[in-house]
Every structure is written in structure tokens, then in C-alpha cells.
Design a protein around this ligand. Structure first.
Ligand SMILES: [Zn+2]
Length: 482
């Protein structure tokens, strides 16, 4: 490392609040949020007048709410002044009038299509101040551009480093980062950077080659692992017959960027002998927005940087904690492309504190079941999330991966599954068909003769190309009604 890089690293380290989390913190992520509220109150008069000069341990939920509302008002002021899109959209909004979460509901939503139509109009800093730009096509096609200033990147590194502390990483631990074929933006780079400033080791391998992944992981002495669940699953299914994966000594697996099915989780946990924790994030808000604790009953949210709401997608009204709805997120601290009340299209629910892990005031997110845009209709018109097929297919111990095609045969929907399976016998085929047919939505369709008996076609292991976020479902039906 050059002298200049050492200096820069030292500067970034000093600015990270995650480095101020006491060693004996019960749940580091929450402690870090309280530190952020306390530090902000010391430098911002308006907030200091409300919550005083409290240290992190003294911050209550009510005071943390005040921190969030203060940051919300600050964000509105910043956007009205600097973002052409929000200058127009918020022209009748008086930031000072937002004093409660009910007031927040008066602010109009931002839709993914708005951002895709005119991404540059959202920018709230000049492009010379943008350190990086990430683009995402998402599920609807058009490119969204999200800018990050240096402060935005440092804030992301800070939350990632706190989250890694919360999953139990300690000074001598090493994180193995595996994201093959991820091109929209590079989470590996951000994760490796976070490990560096937090003082953890890391090893990155972007190869889709399973053996290479295992070699890099073993050589680095990895203690923790992060990646796409479908890829970690592939590594696990193909390597578990020749290696005792438990002997590698992985203490925790972090699953990110794709929905994690419970059947996949339990198989991974059995194979590696450790917990698998889920992460929720969106390119629009950066990598780590919420992460599970060992209780595995909801994901702790980054409330220092983000405001989470769940609404009824039809009425737009907020629903109470515990009730499912569409997740709406506001970036409270972002500088370059902050989004206000952004409709994520994800179906989720909020869970009220406390949590049995020791977290006292942080609101959790019930594991999102999937993006509304990815639901599809079959048979009787039931809407299905692709995750449902993950649950069924990956509960079969022979299945490595699969892809599904929906087509029409007359008026019937035909579901064809191409399956990479270790055992390609008729018995396995019949049990997969039976499991799929037993899904309530499929079963009703079959009974009414609107869905044909599902078809299973075996493929050789390794013959289906692995690609991250591969579209597992191809819909060939014409004029089908979304
Ligand atoms: Zn917890």
C-alpha cells in the first residue's frame, strides 16, 4: 500500500462511526444508529434543541424518531434546493411543517418509472462531486442511474462494517466474497473496502468455477462468506459429496441480492454447520439496507440512513406494523441521488421492537417475499411469486438448479421445469411433479383443467449456464393478462 493510500485509509477510518461501537455492544448495528443520532445532535442546533446532548446509550426510540424526522426535513431542504426533479415535485412542501410521521404521509411518492424516465433530473449534486455512478435496469427495462458522493460511499462502508460486526465478525476474521457475473455494479468492491477499513480480512473470487471458489476460500482462511444464495447453493450441492464443508470452519453465511427460500436456507445451514443470514438491499439505496440477526425472524433495518414505511399499494395509506404491504423507502442522508418515499414494489411488513437478540428499538423488516413486478398469473388467475418454486424445488435434495417456462396448450397453462438433478430417475421426476402439483394455486388450476400436469425435463449437471439474477421463469404465453 502506498503512503498516500495509508493516509486516505486513516482519514476514512476516523470518519467511520462503526469504529466507535464499544466492544461489549449487545447489537452493534443498533448501537451504531444511536451513535449517529447522538453525533448529529451535537453538531445540529435544531436537533440538539430537541434531544439535547445525550450520549448514544441514552438515546430512546422517541428521540431516535426525532432524529429521523429532523433528517427527513434536512433532506427535503437539500432536494428542494438542488434536485431539479424534486424542486418541482416538492414546490408546495414546507420542510419545517414535517413534525410527525403522519406529516410524512403528506409527501408524494416517487415511482421507479420516474427515476428511469429522467435519472439526471434527480441528481442533487454537480457531476464533478459524484464519486461513482451505478446503473440498474431493474425488472422494467429502462436504466436507472444512482450517483454516490464520497460521503455517500463512506456512509455505505460504515453501515456494511456495522452489519459485519453485528453478524459476529471480529478482528482476525476473513470474509469470502463471491459474486460471479454481477455487472450492474460491483458489490465486491464495496464489501472488500468495508472489510479493509473495519480491519477484517477479505478474499474476493468472481469466478463461476466452483473448484476455484473453494480453493480461494480455503487459502484465505475464510471464516465468513457472502454471496448470491443460488450460487452458494450451487457450490454447496456440488462440493458437499467430496468435501466435508463443516471442516472449513465458516461461522456465518450472508445471503444477498436474491430472495432466500427457507428450503435453501436449511440445506445450506446443515451442510456448513452455521447460520445463514438474509440481507435486503436495492441498487437505489446501496447494498446493505437490512440484515437478519441470529433470531432469523426479520431483518434489522438501517434506520440511521433510511426511513422505512409499509403501505397498502392500492390506497397508498400506511399499514400498521406486522401487516403486509408495499415497502416504501426514503434516503435520509444520501447526497447525490436521494429518493423520497420511493415505491420499491417489494412486498414486506415491519416488525416492532424489541428483538430477542438484544436490539431494543430497531424496527425490523419481515423477510420480503419478492417484487410485485415478478409475480405472474396462472390457472385460476392466482398470482405467484417465483420464490414459491424455489421453496419446492430446492427442498428436493437432488436439485442443483432449475429454470421454468410457461406456455399455452389451448386454454391450459403448461409449466415446464428444466432441472439439473443429481438423480435423474423416474422416482425423482415423479416426486418433483407431485410437490409442484400440490401447491395450492397449481392444484386448483389442475382440478379446473386450466393448468396441465407440470412437466420436468432433466438436464446434465453443469449444462445450464449459471448467471446471477438469471430469469428463472420465461413466460411464452401471448396476450396473457398481467
Ligand atoms: Zn434481532
Amino acid at each position: 500500500m502506498s503512503a498516500w493510500e495509508t493516509v486516505k485509509l486513516a482519514i476514512v477510518r476516523r470518519r467511520l462511526l462503526s469504529n466507535r461501537i464499544p466492544k461489549d455492544s449487545v447489537y452493534p448495528l443498533e448501537t451504531w444508529m444511536a451513535i449517529k443520532a447522538s453525533v448529529t445532535a451535537k453538531s445540529e442546533k435544531e436537533l440538539k434543541n430537541i434531544i439535547g446532548k445525550k450520549c448514544a446509550e441514552e438515546i430512546t426510540r422517541k428521540e431516535f424518531d426525532e432524529y429521523q424526522l429532523f433528517m427527513f426535513r434536512e433532506q427535503l431542504r437539500h432536494l428542494k434546493k438542488n434536485s431539479p426533479y424534486y424542486e418541482e415535485k416538492l414546490k408546495d412542501v414546507v420542510p419545517d411543517s414535517i413534525r410527525t410521521f403522519d406529516d410524512v404521509e403528506k409527501i408524494p411518492f416517487t415511482y421507479p418509472s420516474d427515476l428511469a424516465e429522467q435519472p439526471m433530473m434527480f441528481m442533487a449534486v454537480s457531476r464533478t462531486k459524484t464519486a461513482r455512478e451505478f446503473t440498474t435496469t431493474g425488472t422494467t427495462g429502462k436504466r436507472k442511474v444512482i450517483g454516490y458522493t464520497t460521503n455517500d460511499l463512506i456512509a455505505k462502508v460504515d453501515i456494511i462494517s456495522s452489519a459485519l460486526r453485528s453478524v459476529g465478525m471480529k478482528d482476525n476474521d476473513v470474509l469470502h466474497i463471491m459474486f460471479p457475473a454481477v455487472s450492474a455494479w460491483d458489490p465486491s468492491l464495496m464489501l472488500a473496502g468495508a472489510c479493509k477499513v473495519a480491519g477484517y480480512g477479505s478474499s474476493t473470487c468472481s469466478s463461476p468455477d466452483i473448484k476455484e471458489q473453494m480453493e480461494v476460500m480455503k487459502k484465505s482462511g475464510a471464516t465468513h462468506m457472502i454471496g448470491l444464495p443460488s450460487f452458494i447453493y450451487r457450490v454447496t450441492a456440488l462440493m458437499s459429496s467430496e468435501t466435508d464443508l463443516k471442516s472449513i470452519g465458516i461461522k456465518k453465511i450472508i445471503s444477498t441480492s436474491e430472495p432466500l427460500s427457507e428450503s435453501m436456507r436449511s440445506k445450506l445451514q446443515n451442510a456448513w454447520g452455521c447460520n445463514v443470514l438474509d440481507v435486503w438491499g436495492m441498487t437505489e439505496f446501496g447494498l446493505a439496507c437490512a440484515i437478519e440477526c441470529d433470531e432469523q425472524k426479520g431483518l434489522h433495518t438501517d434506520e440511521a440512513n433510511l426511513l422505512f414505511e409499509v403501505i397498502d399499494p392500492d390506497t397508498g395509506k400506511r399499514v400498521p406494523d406486522g401487516k403486509m404491504g408495499e415497502l416504501v423507502v426514503t434516503a435520509l442522508t444520501a447526497e447525490a441521488t436521494p429518493l423520497i418515499r420511493y415505491r420499491t414494489r417489494d412486498i414486506a411488513a415491519m416488525v416492532s421492537p424489541p428483538c430477542r437478540c438484544g436490539s431494543a428499538f430497531n424496527r425490523k423488516l419481515l423477510k420480503p417475499s419478492g417484487r410485485m413486478d415478478l409475480q405472474f398469473k396462472v390457472g385460476m388467475g392466482y398470482k405467484i411469486f417465483p420464490l414459491l418454486f424455489d421453496e419446492i424445488l430446492f427442498s428436493n435434495k437432488n436439485v442443483i438448479d432449475y429454470q421454468m417456462t410457461i406456455s399455452k396448450d389451448g386454454f391450459r397453462d403448461v409449466l415446464t421445469f428444466e432441472v439439473e438433478s443429481k438423480d435423474q430417475s423416474d422416482g425423482v421426476r415423479d416426486s418433483i411433479i407431485a410437490d409442484i402439483s400440490n401447491i395450492m394455486e397449481i392444484d386448483d388450476g389442475i382440478k379446473e383443467d386450466l393448468i396441465a400436469i407440470p412437466r420436468v425435463e432433466f438436464r446434465e449437471i453443469g449444462s445450464m449456464e449459471y448467471s446471477a439474477k438469471a430469469k428463472k421463469i420465461t413466460d411464452l404465453r401471448e396476450n396473457f393478462d398481467l
